[in-house]
Design a protein around this ligand. Structure first.
Ligand SMILES: Cc1cc2nc3c(=O)[nH]c(=O)nc-3n(C[C@H](O)[C@H](O)[C@H](O)COP(=O)(O)OP(=O)(O)OC[C@H]3O[C@@H](n4cnc5c(N)ncnc54)[C@H](O)[C@@H]3O)c2cc1C
Length: 433
């Protein structure tokens, strides 16, 4: 096959980009370095591996990430379709069985007649059209090559962390209860309550616990949306109680009372044998994770299937480099997609791959650009990343703040968000892309 476009990296963004190009009738070579070479966070041989949480976050149209997913459904997205097909019960969120999800994406990609997959590390810039979707852990050789492409300091990085996973059978259910916040959806989370003295002792140990070595890492280099729990603890005694350990809406059905603090566990696989400690991304030494997290009463015997880890996150200075189609302004044959552009999160990465794939295919087919407008979440994210940010560029989750506001007042945030969402879905429905 004589591929018209090369896509480098078969993660969430690369798979979606390749899919969008192929479904428009163009051939694609999808280059992935696994299994020959892996980043420190990737363990599976499949494409579209979820390296930490198994959640695609809020499912409702009252949240911007819920809207972004609805847009991707309307646009025929591969990643969202595989997520829907492998979804697990998770209250108001979309969570998936990570292994079934990645296996399904891999199977659909491999069986597409216009997608050829190559297993090798790309270390150079190919001739012709290319989309780099190599993620936050882009291999060193390619990172060095890309750094050479950009003048000045247009290549950035920060640190990102993953939460530990415990086995279900090791959770002491006599000291935990099932509930979803405010009773939304089914009672899908295991809640591990703490009283005030248990919380105080836990906080004290966590704030002083020993961190693993990472060259160049300090609290200042942390992305606020993925802050290690110990960094949060060091910010103040109650910071965690207003963050991942927030008890509101999680009344204990056995006592009828709201606990002082709650640690939530979210199911991580279809069998329900593994649970993620929600919001507990961490960079503590493994022995310290075991010692301190075992102070959570329901986790006193916890078996850790995977400890939390912290990794470098690499991205380019997109506002200075990219256009709204995620292509280099200086050389539009070269595009980028996913976390390397500075979008943050699974859904955002897949969405940017979708937009990059659609626009690349349209350009090659001689069609006018789609140019998704700021009224849509997918368009607003691309416009933000390619120029909407001011000051130092920081990775960005989708949110209503970057979407074009309504031209009239609507009472209540929920109603306003629903109206923004229906406006966007109407626009996308009429776009024919
Ligand atoms: C430790 C950690 C924890 C995270 N936790 C979360 C989370 O809980 N929730 C969330 O929403 N986001 C999380 N993220 C962010 C997450 O990585 C992104 O949201 C998402 O995976 C990015 O998708 P992507 O397609 O851009 O990159 P990836 O999914 O990382 O895919 C990139 C692919 O490119 C391949 N590759 C790299 N270099 C080369 C090369 N030179 N040649 C060929 N192939 C190459 C890699 O092997 C990989 O398969 C986390 C990131 C890290 C590092």
């Amino acid at each position: 096959m004589n591929a018209r476009v090369a896509v480098v990296g078969a993660g969430l963004a690369g798979c979606e980009a390749a899919w969008q190009i192929a479904r428009r009738g163009l051939s694609v070579e999808l280059v992935e370095m696994k299994p020959g070479k892996r980043s420190p966070a990737h363990v599976s041989d499949d494409f579209a591996e979820l390296v930490c949480s198994n959640s695609f976050r809020g499912a409702e149209l009252t949240s911007a990430v819920g809207l972004l997913k609805a847009e991707m459904r309307a646009l025929g997205g591969l990643i969202i379709s595989c997520a829907d097909d492998t979804a697990l019960p998770a209250g108001g969120a979309l969570a998936v069985d990570r292994e079934r999800f990645a296996a399904l994406v891999t199977e659909r990609i491999r069986s597409h007649p216009l997608i050829e997959t190559s297993s090798r590390e790309a270390a150079d810039i190919p001739e012709g059209n290319v989309i780099f979707a190599t993620g936050p852990l882009t291999s060193d050789a390619l990172a060095a090559r890309l750094r050479g492409l950009f003048p000045g300091s247009e290549f950035l990085s920060f640190y990102d962390a993953a939460a530990p996973i415990v086995t279900h059978e090791s959770v002491d259910m006599a000291r935990a209860y099932l509930a979803s916040r405010y009773g939304k959806g089914d009672a899908d989370y295991i809640n591990c309550p703490m009283d005030e003295s248990e919380y105080g002792a836990f906080w004290d140990e966590l704030a002083r616990a020993e961190q693993a070595e990472t060259h160049g890492f300090d609290d200042g280099g942390v992305f606020e949306g993925c802050m290690p729990i110990e960094v949060m603890a060091r910010r103040g005694r109650d910071t965690m109680r207003y963050g991942p350990m927030k008890p509101v809406g999680l009344r204990d059905p056995r006592t009828g009372a709201t606990p002082y603090a709650v640690v939530q566990l979210r199911r991580d696989n279809a069998e329900g044998t593994l649970y993620n400690i929600v919001g507990f991304q961490t960079h503590l030494k493994f022995a310290e994770q075991k010692r301190v997290f075992s102070m959570i009463p329901a986790l006193h015997e916890a078996e850790f299937a995977r400890y939390g880890v912290m990794h470098r996150n690499t991205y380019i200075n997109s506002p200075a480099l990219l256009d709204r189609r995620y292509r280099l302004r200086s050389d539009p044959r070269i595009g980028f997609a996913g976390q390397i552009t500075g979008v943050e999160g699974y859904v955002e990465s897949a969405a940017s791959g979708m937009l990059a794939g659609i626009e690349t295919a349209r350009a090659l087919l001689g069609q006018p650009p789609a140019d998704f407008p700021r009224e849509t979440a997918i368009g607003a994210l691309a416009l933000y990343v390619s120029g909407g940010s001011v000051g130092e560029f920081q990775p960005m989750n989708v949110n209503f703040g970057i979407i074009e506001p309504l031209d009239h007042k609507v009472k209540g945030k929920r109603n306003k968000n629903l109206e923004i969402s229906s406006r966007s879905l109407e626009i996308i429905g009429a776009m024919r892309v």
